[in-house]
Design a protein around this ligand. Structure first.
Ligand SMILES: Nc1nc2c(c(=O)[nH]1)N[C@H]1C(S)=C(S)[C@@H](COP(=O)(O)O)O[C@H]1N2
Ligand SMILES: [Mo]
Length: 214
């Protein structure tokens, strides 16, 4: 099957699925943009522990510290004063839905690193959120060009349901690695597992390797 055939087949599948009342969720077989075991959605489901903290922009703070040269506590104004960064990426939840072409806007993780200057010994990063959720990543994963702190989705402010005012986006990992309502970012020499990682989910979480459980 060449690329054109593949695209045509995909469109037919969409049309059939819509006519058949499957709403907006379609399983694309053979779509090489979809990681193994995932299906595509056009909606954006909300997934979290159930408590959606309400943080006003006045009280919002982001504390970035640990094994860094310059620890900072950003206010909303400090955050917006950073060079702004935009990226479009796909979003893969371990519960099997994926959402293509999300446009994120905010501050790149690389920019954050130029501000705090992690120590050479720093190899891991722990994210803590306003709902007490945590998740962990190797520093190398955070340094990818597509990793950012976002406050916009498709041109609109990120809603509270999806982690506003600010959340992390780490496109190459399952979405649980992207902390909604992010509150603290801590660089460390040691890896410390987060909420789902201690409950049996994969520490690495690679969608393309079907890497769901630890
Ligand atoms: N603070 C926080 N961040 C979180 C979660 C959470 O429960 N709390 N859930 C994770 C999971 S499992 C997923 S799939 C995504 C879902 O993001 P969404 O609700 O915007 O789709 O957020 C991730 N980040
Ligand atoms: Mo998830």
């Amino acid at each position: 099957m060449d690329q054109n055939d593949r695209l045509t087949k995909s469109k037919e599948q969409w049309a059939r699925a819509r006519r058949g009342g499957e709403e907006r969720e379609v399983f694309y077989e053979g779509d090489d943009r979809l990681p193994p075991g995932q299906h595509l959605v056009e909606t954006w489901p909300v997934l979290d522990l159930g408590h959606k903290p309400e943080i006003s922009l006045e009280e919002w703070r982001l504390t970035i510290g640990g094994a860094v040269t310059t620890a900072v506590i950003w206010t909303w104004a400090n955050f917006l004063a950073q060079p702004q960064f935009k990226d479009v990426s796909d979003f893969h939840c371990v519960t099997s839905w994926s959402r293509y072409d999300n446009e994120w806007e905010g501050v790149s993780f690389k920019q954050l690193m130029t501000v705090v200057q992690p120590l050479p010994s720093a190899r891991f990063v722990l994210f803590k959120s306003y709902d007490d959720y945590t998740t962990n990543l190797p520093l190398s994963a955070c340094q990818d060009d597509d990793v950012l702190l976002t406050y916009k989705w498709n041109g609109r402010p990120l809603t509270k349901e999806h982690g506003g005012p600010v959340r992390m986006i780490v496109p190459k990992r399952y979405a649980w690695k992207g902390a909604k309502w992010v509150k603290e970012i801590t660089f460390s020499e040691q890896d410390e597992k987060g909420f789902w990682e201690v409950r049996g989910y994969s520490n690495t979480a690679f969608p393309w390797k079907n890497d769901r459980y630890g």
